[in-house]
Write a protein that binds this ligand. Structure first.
Ligand SMILES: [Zn+2]
Length: 302
């Protein structure tokens, strides 16, 4: 079952030929999410073969231009392509005003509805839930209100071991109880759930830490995730600049991954002043070995 992240933009605030501003496309079991939408995101979606007309949920971490300036263009394209399904946008509340201003001036309402969900910048909040996964927003520490997002699969009930029930016509209700981890009686025999079922696969998780300085409050929220994206705008040499702009260094990102006991770390949002991203990876790896400095088009599967 798919849990696949495509990096659409891995650069910082200034777009370059190789690195576009922040955006990521996440497919979890055929639910398609867009995380941030920097300038040119729709081109990147096409370039990397993402089925972008299937996106129903867009998460915007904050209103610095490099995280949302591609949104109006993308929505306009959806409209031109004849979209009628609603789109759900989770973003700072001011984005709704920006969109309304655009529609007021450009004059043509879209054929589809925009369902707007303002983000909570005080606490962790459940913002999306279905049978397969939950999505939480959580405040991070940046120069304007900003949220990260946590994508977590829901733990499934236990799986029946088919060979064990082949010659036993156990009624459906009792199978259901076994799957829930309960022993049942059947034909004067106690069937132990441990003999008839096995544990379901461990739920997978991905945390996106947006733009943030190092913030230890994030540790309990993102602890033990399978994959962590943490920005690393600067190298440690520019620590002062990082502090001033409320961004992180590669070392900060790696420290976060280590403290939160994550399995894998990917870093991005590199300042355009650096030509070589390998130095970010080297710096991070001194603290957290399983780190990758990402490029546009990189794919990570869990
Ligand atoms: Zn920012």
């Amino acid at each position: 079952m798919k849990f696949k992240l495509t990096i659409l933009g891995s650069g910082g605030a200034i777009p370059t030929i190789e690195k576009r501003p922040t955006s990521q496309f996440l497919n979890i079991q055929e639910r398609r999410f867009l995380i941030d939408c920097g300038e040119g995101t729709q081109i990147q979606l096409r370039k990397f073969g993402c089925r972008f007309t299937k996106i129903d949920h867009i998460f915007i971490s904050h209103l610095h231009g490099d995280h949302y300036l591609g949104l109006i263009g993308l929505l306009s394209t959806f409209n031109l392509l004849g979209r009628i399904n609603p789109i759900y946008i989770y973003a700072p509340k001011e984005l709704e005003e920006i969109l309304e201003m655009h529609f007021k001036i450009s004059g043509k309402p879209f054929r589809f509805n925009i369902e707007f969900h303002p983000l909570n910048f005080k606490n962790k909040a459940l913002i999306f839930e279905d049978t397969v996964l939950q999505v939480f927003s959580f405040p991070v520490s940046h120069s304007v209100p900003c949220c990260g997002f946590l994508f977590k699969e829901v733990k499934k009930s236990r799986n029946i071991i088919k060979t064990k029930i082949q010659n036993k016509p156990i009624p459906f209700e009792k199978l259901k109880l076994l799957k829930e981890g309960k022993n049942v009686d059947f034909n004067n025999e106690i069937l132990k759930y441990k003999d008839y079922t096995k544990d379901s696969p461990k739920p997978r998780s991905y945390a996106y830490c947006a733009d943030t300085q190092y913030d230890e409050n994030l540790i309990p929220i993102i602890s033990n995730v399978d994959l962590l994206y943490h920005e690393a705008t600067f190298l440690e040499q520019m620590k002062e600049r990082a502090k001033k702009t409320q961004h992180s260094t590669a070392k900060d990102a790696a420290t976060m991954a280590k403290e939160a006991n994550t399995k894998r770390l990917i870093i991005g949002h590199f300042s355009a002043r650096y030509n070589e991203i390998i130095n970010f990876e080297k710096e991070a790896k001194t603290i957290f070995e399983n780190t990758i400095a990402v490029n546009d088009g990189d794919i990570f599967e869990i």
